[in-house]
Design a protein around this ligand. Sequence first.
Ligand code: UD1
Ligand code: CA
Length: 484
Amino acid sequence: MAAGKGTRMKSRLPKVLHRLAGQPLIGRVIDTATRLGAAQVVVVTGHGAEEVEGAVRGLAGPSVALDFARQEPQLGTGHAVQQAAPKLPDAGTVLVLSGDVPLIAEDTLRALVAACGGERLALLTVELDDPTGYGRVIRAPAPRQAEAVPHGEPAGSGAAQRLPRGGSGAQVQAIVEHKDANEAQRAIREIYSGVMAAPAAALKRWLGRLGNDNAQGEYYLTDVARIAVEEGTAVVAEMIGDAMQVAGVNSPSQLAALERTWQRREAERLMDAGVRLADPARFDLRGELACGPDVEIDVGCIFEGRVTLGEGVRIGAHCVIANVRIDDGAVIHPFTHIDGGKEGASVGAGALVGPYARLRPGAQLGAEVHVGNFVEIKNSTLADGAKANHLAYLGDATVGARVNYGAGSITANYDGANKHRTVIGDDVHVGSNCVLVAPITVGAGGTVGGGSTVTKSTEPGALTVARGRQVSFPNWQRPKKAPK
Ligand code: UD1
Ligand code: CA
């Protein structure tokens, strides 16, 4: 379900497209469904339908059989699922999820589908200290244990025993929405999470019987619980302890709370694997981070896309690092920005990068390379031991081993229409403030004098100087102001 408006987000963006850990909320839910092996995903859209559908098409992998059902106007959760019903086959199990409940876990859903077993209505429930606003799980007055076991069945089997930890253990009778509940019902702390699993054919039948005679004049999906009981279908509750898994996003504040919960869990998972985070509360992962042993990450770092850190890698404070492989022992100093983009980037073993360095797509640094402050590297290979320590630009360049690239030097790789390559041979020394106008090759072992603008390729071993010759006039008298 993704048709709701999300008024409290106070945003032009449909609620389900807001991001948690870098991924749209609905993308997470669809990913989780996909990992469960869902044969089909039907997304119910309404508010911002075109935008949501477009985004979802872009998010879902090719393996997902994706379909959409429009719900206009939005007359409640039951009405939402009614719109999807014609798209669902009669065989199989339907899992109802909300696009704005992003932290629901795969194993929880597996357990719920198992509780459904293709024949029961399984409701995911949770106990809250403050259940205000939620649908309450109404159970039959608790029978004594002996009465709950059907005649002829051994104790320990049967529906009553199926009920998990928590709850009263009594048979579920119905879900009553907060606005429709009486005082006694409002005192119940077990709430319906918004997630259910049901046999498809039965669910379709129940949906056909929903009415809207209630406090909100809505078609409540939750009424299927009462209808199933009336039909004699077992309704089971699968209660979980982790309320964050079923927490919805309705406001920026709730979104931020779920983001912090998620980040804290990711941080704990990494620390359990041995990663040393200076402060788990100041760590953000918006993608996948794989770490070797003895990785250290200082405060305020953000990791995006796919990042791999080798053994002993250290990341300084306040780095933004995306789509890169950083090999063993490399050190990224503070305030460095790396984004390898689609192409990726790599940093060799023992390399030193930053502070304040910028690596862009296609930056490939060999072992022991040094890239210092205010150095930008794009689509360039730096072979082992090359150094560009200060204020430099290397774009579309192939830089040989042990090259020393001076402060303030740049490759002029763009002629206004096309990009061209600069090749710098092994052991070249490029002085400060040089412009290497591509396409150009600086021969191995050569030297380029500081301040040169080099437009022609140079021979190996040559010294190249391309600047105005120095002229000095001895005892030069500067002009003086005439006395008044
Ligand atoms: C619903 C449940 C309530 C449960 C709560 C858990 C019903 C009637 N009530 O409450 O028992 O405790 O979830 O959060 O189901 N949506 C649509 N179309 C609609 C209405 C809603 O797509 O016409 C979507 C919303 O975008 C949202 C989800 O359904 O993703 C749940 O809607 P929401 O209004 O948050 O739930 P409630 O009805 O308040
Ligand atoms: Ca509602």
